[in-house]
Design a protein around this ligand. Structure first.
Ligand SMILES: [Zn+2]
Length: 254
């Protein structure tokens, strides 16, 4: 291994207790399939043992497997297939990391946050059917250094138009709410609407659905049965932004 790398690593490990994972992250120029392996290689070259504590992650990277399983249990309650992982890391830790970069002339590194998000996301993809998708995640997993895990399920937005001869608005809303809660196993449903010359456009926001991969035509048929006639034309599903645009880009009023 490069003498300069070893010398800097010796200096760093003399002054700061770091786990192999956090040590490896400070030396991305070392060959290795991940930070853990890079850290192990450096540690071996220095003939050192890994300390029990880590002043950066506080032992987080030893818990990645546990954390991924915790998130998997939560995700099991909904059928989200695409995920994103975000983390909340205390400012003091981020500052400490930057200090290390500056003080020891670290050349190639990445932030602990990025490392956490990738490590948990990768483990999730190994243990379950989840795919990392930062563009349109169906669930967001939020972790912190103490091992807390929160799962936020992305709402489903269904766009539709109401027929002009629908019964009263409040009745229609209540039928839609009942049907959507049942079909999607939703915790709550919000309906927003906008009048236009062709009738009424609506967006149905399905909150915390336990089944999300449902053909929306099933909803259309259920509503027809409940109302005794066709009251709604469902267009499809979209993102929050797509829903906002569908209603003319105006501020949403509940
Ligand atoms: Zn660490």
């Amino acid at each position: 291994m490069d003498a300069d790398i070893l010398e800097r690593a010796r200096q760093i490990t003399k002054e700061i207790r770091l786990c192999n994972h956090c040590l490896g992250r400070l030396f991305l120029e070392v060959d290795g399939k991940n930070n853990e392996e890079r850290g192990q290689k450096i540690r071996e070259a220095l003939k050192q043992k890994e300390p029990n504590e880590c002043e950066l992650c506080g032992g987080f990277f030893k818990q990645v497997d546990n954390i991924a399983w915790k998130a998997a249990r939560e995700l099991g309650k909904c059928d989200a297939r695409t995920i994103i992982v975000t983390s909340s890391v205390p400012k003091a830790v981020l500052e400490k990391e930057e200090e290390i970069w500056k003080k020891y002339g670290v050349k190639q590194s990445e932030s602990i946050k990025k490392d956490i998000n990738r490590s948990v996301g990768k483990r999730m993809a190994d243990i379950g059917p989840w795919r990392y998708d930062p563009e349109a995640p169906e669930a967001r997993i939020i972790v912190d250094l103490t091992g807390n895990v929160q799962v936020e399920i992305t709402p489903i937005y269904i766009t539709a138009t109401l027929r002009s001869d629908t019964p009263s608005k409040s009745e229609t809303r209540s039928i839609i709410k009942t049907a959507v809660e049942a079909i999607f196993g939703a915790r709550d449903v919000r309906i927003r609407s906008k009048e236009w010359k062709g009738g009424t456009k609506i967006v149905i926001e399905v909150i915390d659905p336990s089944h999300r991969h449902v053909n929306v035509k099933i909803l259309e048929r259920a509503l027809e049965e409940m109302a005794g006639r066709k009251i709604i034309e469902i267009i499809g599903t979209t993102s929050a932004e797509g829903a906002r645009k569908f209603l003319g880009g105006e501020k949403w009023i509940r």
